[in-house]
Design a protein around this ligand. Structure first.
Ligand code: C2E
Ligand code: MG
Ligand code: MG
Length: 668
């Protein structure tokens, strides 16, 4: 800052002289003056510049001696400018000055101009004047802050703009750059004649300030001159913008981009960590039932609970929707299974939502480790996501650690899903049929249609594998329709050609049981001219399906058509005895594991199942009969219908015809 006092001029310039030499500048519409750097005086100014300098006449202004009270830092800055002018460079910067103790600030263009005696003076053009009298604005995002250091790095001088804004917070260069090493490096660099162009962030009175620093060595004085531009506001804006770009505004956790950046940084530092992919169970239901505002409140509370759970070494983000990420650095022996269990427990506690009351969700977690499982963030996220899916598939509300086997399983799943879609499209599927025997008549009562799929690349894939996948993906709907249509078509042929009493059992997934299923089934039966009584739909027991209102209604509609309903794999699921009574089922199919004696007390169960079914007026079929001994025992227990490899494996339709049906037409 230039403080100005008026003293008797050492050099007398007459207004007349100046007016004549610089007359053309008078026409310019901006304040302009010429400054003699060596003598620290203004030698000429246009009339617009006089009010800016609080001067009444050019004579008075040119009489001012700026050397009084000029800081060494400003002196050095101006001398440096002079050197730049000699190189034909000009400088545009905000400049602070205090004519008659009034603080002013203007954006000035400084350039060199030859003086009368051949030396180079400084032509100053005011590009824009801030026009504010407020001192605190003097350097708000200020430039022309200067610091001068001696060769050992101690502060020699700070210009008044710096002092005004920051006081005297540093006594050495290392204080300013917060590092002795960096200070030494700077001094070394500038003494070699090189310029410093760096950024410095430092604490002054508990607040972080940022500066762009330009540093030069003044060889004549053996001093380091730093010209600073305060960039705190821009930096804060940038920091805020970066915060917003990397954080989720709902939970204030990191967002997807923030997590990605964090992962990249952790990977670059090679510090081992566990990536935990947390997905809420049952969140969609909350959103669909109570709306998105309630869903948002819930997500916010989930974020808060996660924050409370983990220490400051863990980083948490919301990856999207109801997915959260926790990054736990494992160098500090974090117990990951324990942390997962604590997260699950915490999220299992009910959440209180204003105006709604208590709500419950749960969560499934998948984890992957850097660098044990993968060394890039995309793969790690994929692996943790896979593990999370498996945790869900295994019953939710649990955690699963990624293993390479798991990846293979999931890749196979993806492959099967893709190829199954093509098989459905191209009609590349097949039905095999397994006879169900009537032990009283020793005749075939009917056949169970069982789906077969042989893929060119994957080979034969068992229905146990692809049916459950098709249920997960929804492909079971078109697949089930294809099975139903093909089995009915086959039955219509066999009934017409061999035996009109033949029955066909068809496996149905609960996912197919929507409100119009019975209607569609009736249309198909009519199309193939099949009596509803010739059809049995086999449904596996599962606690879920029968609770569901739509499934229950569909089962009741099907039974009203006269189509039989068989409860498949009895004893393996969640069947309760009351279900046998409540549901419109006509037949129970005892699971083959009991016939094989795989369970403790299998024999007793075989006997008891028959007894219960008899009491309830239900028919019972025993599946998986492989030996004569099993057959004899089952007949002994009163089983009328048997199915199993002993009679036949599931076989294609032509084999069914040759082995079981040819000759039947004779009896009809
Ligand atoms: P399921 O409905 O209980 O079918 C009986 C399964 O037991 C069949 O397996 C059959 O091949 C097998 N099996 C029959 N007799 C014996 C035996 O004596 N010993 C042994 N060890 N096994 C025997 P498959 O064909 O592999 O079918 C497995 C399951 O896939 C079926 O069990 C059924 O739940 C499902 N599935 C098959 N086809 C379809 C379909 O078209 N739709 C639906 N939704 N599910 C189907
Ligand atoms: Mg079955
Ligand atoms: Mg079965």
């Amino acid at each position: 800052m230039i403080s100005v006092v008026t003293v008797r001029p050492k050099y007398q310039f007459t207004e007349f002289n100046m007016m004549t030499s610089y007359q053309p500048f008078e026409h310019l519409q901006c304040p302009i003056w010429i400054y003699d750097i060596d003598n620290k005086r203004i030698t000429w100014a246009n009339s617009i510049a006089l009010p800016l300098w609080e001067s009444e006449s050019l004579f008075e202004l040119t009489s001012r001696d700026f050397s009084v009270e000029m800081s060494k830092a400003i002196e050095a800055t101006l001398e440096e400018y002079q050197r730049q002018f000699l190189r034909n460079e000009s400088i545009k910067t905000w400049w602070n000055f205090t004519p008659n103790y009034i603080s002013k600030r203007a954006l000035c263009l400084f350039s060199g101009i030859p003086l009368h005696d051949g030396r180079t003076g400084m032509l100053v053009q005011v590009v824009a004047e801030e026009g504010s009298l407020r001192h605190d604005l003097a350097c708000s995002d200020g430039a022309n802050l200067s610091l001068l250091f001696n060769k050992s790095g101690s502060v020699v001088s700070a210009n008044s703009a710096f002092f005004h804004n920051y006081g005297s917070p540093f006594s050495t260069l290392s204080d300013f750059v917060s590092s002795e090493e960096r200070a030494a490096q700077w001094l070394f660099t500038v003494r070699k004649g090189r310029e410093i162009l760096e950024e410095v962030s430092c604490e002054i009175d508990g607040k972080t300030h940022h500066f762009d620093v330009q540093g030069k060595w003044l060889f004549d004085k053996s001093e380091l001159l730093l010209n600073l531009t305060c960039t705190t506001k821009q930096k804060e804006k940038l920091i805020k913008a970066r915060y917003n770009a990397e954080h989720d505004c709902l939970t204030e956790l990191y967002n997807r981009r923030g997590i990605t950046n964090l992962l990249e940084t952790s990977i670059a530092y090679r510090s081992p960590f566990e990536l935990m992919f947390v997905d809420l169970d049952g969140f969609k239901l909350v959103n669909d039932t109570y709306g998105h505002t309630v869903g948002d409140q819930l997500l916010k509370q989930v974020g808060e609970r996660l924050k409370q759970l983990v220490d400051e070494k863990c980083m948490i983000g919301r990856f999207g929707g109801d997915e959260f990420i926790v990054i736990a650095h494992t160098c500090r022996n974090q117990n990951i299974p324990l942390l997962c269990s604590r997260i699950i427990d915490a999220l299992n506690r009910s959440f209180h939502i204003r105006g709604i009351g208590s709500l419950s969700v749960g969560c499934s977690i998948g984890t992957a480790h850097f660098p044990d499982n993968a060394v890039d963030q995309e793969t790690l996220l994929k692996q943790a996501g896979m593990a999370m899916h498996l945790a869900k598939a295994n019953g939710r509300n649990r955690f699963q650690t990624f293993t390479p086997n798991l990846a293979q399983t999931l890749h196979r799943k993806v492959e099967i899903r893709h190829r199954l879609a093509r098989a459905i499209e191209n009609d590349d599927l097949n039905l095999h049929y397994q006879p169900i025997m009537n032990t009283n008549s020793d005749k075939v009562k009917g056949f169970e249609a069982l789906l077969r799929w042989s893929d060119k690349e994957l080979g034969n894939i068992g229905p146990d594998e692809f049916i459950s996948l098709a249920e997960e993906t929804g492909q079971i709907v078109p697949l089930g329709k294809w099975v139903l249509n093909s089995a009915l078509k086959q039955l219509s042929v066999w009934q017409r050609e061999f035996d009109s009493d033949l029955m066909m059992s068809i496996n149905i997934s609960s996912i197919q049981m929507h409100s119009t299923f019975a209607e569609q089934l009736l249309a198909m039966l009519n199309f193939y001219n099949i009596q509803p009584q010739s059809i049995a739909l086999e449904i596996t027991e599962s606690s879920m399906i029968f609770k569901h209102g739509e499934v229950r209604q569909a089962l009741s509609d099907i039974s009203k058509l006269g189509v039989e309903l068989h409860l498949d794999d009895f004893g393996t699921g969640y069947s309760s005895l009351s279900m046998l009574h409540d549901l419109p089922i006509s037949t129970v199919k005892l699971d083959k594991s009991f016939v094989h004696g795989s369970h403790k007390g299998s024999k007793a169960i075989v006997q008891a199942t028959h007894a219960i079914c008899e009491k309830l007026g239900l028919k019972v079929v025993a599946e998986g009969v492989e030996t004569e001994t099993q057959k004899a025992f089952l007949i002994d227990c009163g089983y009328e219908y048997l199915q199993g490899f002993l009679f036949s494996k599931p076989i294609p339709s032509n084999e069914v015809e040759s082995q079981f049906l040819n000759g039947r037409q004779i009896h009809n």
